[in-house]
Design a protein around this ligand. Structure first.
Ligand code: NAI
Length: 281
């Protein structure tokens, strides 16, 4: 799979495009508007320059040259693999998969989603080729974290999962784990209730944000605390994942605390907006 398409050039889409280009793939990334293209291009360039400065890649220019960012979804017609990384909204993703099904011409092409919690089956049946649709779920920051969850739906062909595994492991040098098509897969099903508990703890005035995070970093050897992690994921994305988990399991531990909703309404989305539970430059 040499020709890769990525839809969405936000936090995750840019990272996925970067790792594919670093693995010598020809990458086209699609955003919704000219402003999205400009922001996505800047995000890619900044990350590649940082990787070059740290000696992770020989040349940012060489990798950047393998990536085209556009607002034209039709540009994905000749791709072998398309990874969708747009907002965590079922209606938007279903609509996109319908459009991708009409655009991507190769019958062998894999249409993948980076969704954290939306059923892969819903995306598969939005296309006429559910056997070629699966979840390829990367972790943030994509260039740094090596895990990928592979999520076939009930209708995904075994061969599709194996081709995706080969791409992820041999092509991108990442490690794949297999998950069932259930909201949250393995990692988020465990991680999101933990993050939500930390938000509830803050909300109830039990401890400060600093102390909650310090507690988990120094007391449980976590690399960062749960509130800093929520800021990294994005509070809107955290809320959306919690919503899908709650919708699927109806368990109170997945219910989004009111504070999270208020912060999202206020535009305090975490790192990407400069302020969440903590403040960023
Ligand atoms: P984000 O909000 O940073 O980026 C989403 C991007 O998609 C935006 O730039 C937006 O302009 C673009 N977009 C929206 N609709 C589009 C469309 N129809 N066509 C093209 N571009 C479109 O969100 P983020 O964090 O990158 O999340 C993307 C997906 O990755 C979500 O499904 C999320 O659940 C998943 N994910 C997020 C992780 C995280 O830590 N943030 C980790 C793993 C998966």
């Amino acid at each position: 799979m040499n020709k890769v398409g990525v839809v969405g050039c936000g936090l995750m889409g840019a990272g996925i495009a970067e790792v594919c280009a670093r693995a010598e793939r020809d990458v086209i990334v699609v955003e919704t508007s000219d402003a999205g293209v400009a922001a996505g291009t800047k995000r890619l360039r900044t990350s590649l320059d940082r990787a070059a400065a740290r000696g992770k890649i020989a040349s940012a220019d060489a990798v950047f040259a393998r990536i085209a960012v556009t607002s034209d979804l039709d540009a994905l017609h000749d791709r072998d693999l398309v990874v969708e990384a747009i907002v965590e909204s079922e209606t938007e993703k279903v609509d996109l998969f319908q459009r991708l099904d009409a655009i991507v011409t190769s019958p062998d092409a894999i249409l993948a989603s980076n969704t954290s919690s939306i059923p892969i089956m819903k995306l598969g049946v939005a296309t006429g080729r559910p056997e070629n649709v699966l979840g390829i779920h990367f972790f943030n920051p994509v260039p740094v974290l090596s895990l990928v969850e592979l999520v076939p739906s009930l209708l995904t062909a075994k061969e599709t999962t194996e081709r995706a595994r080969e791409f992820v492991e041999k092509g991108l040098s990442k490690t794949a784990i297999d998950c069932q098509d259930r909201a949250g897969f393995v990692v988020n099903a465990l991680l999101i209730p933990f993050v939500l508990s930390a938000i509830r703890m803050l909300e109830s005035g039990f401890a400060t944000a600093e102390d909650i995070d310090r507690g988990l970093v120094l007391g449980a050897a976590h690399p960062q605390g749960p509130l800093a992690l929520a800021d990294l994921i994005g509070l809107d994305t955290t809320q959306a994942i919690a919503g899908s988990l709650y919708e699927e399991f109806k368990e109170p531990l997945y219910a989004s605390p009111p504070l999270l909703g208020r912060m999202v309404d206020a535009g305090l989305l975490g790192r990407k907006s400069g302020r969440g539970f903590f403040t960023y430059e």
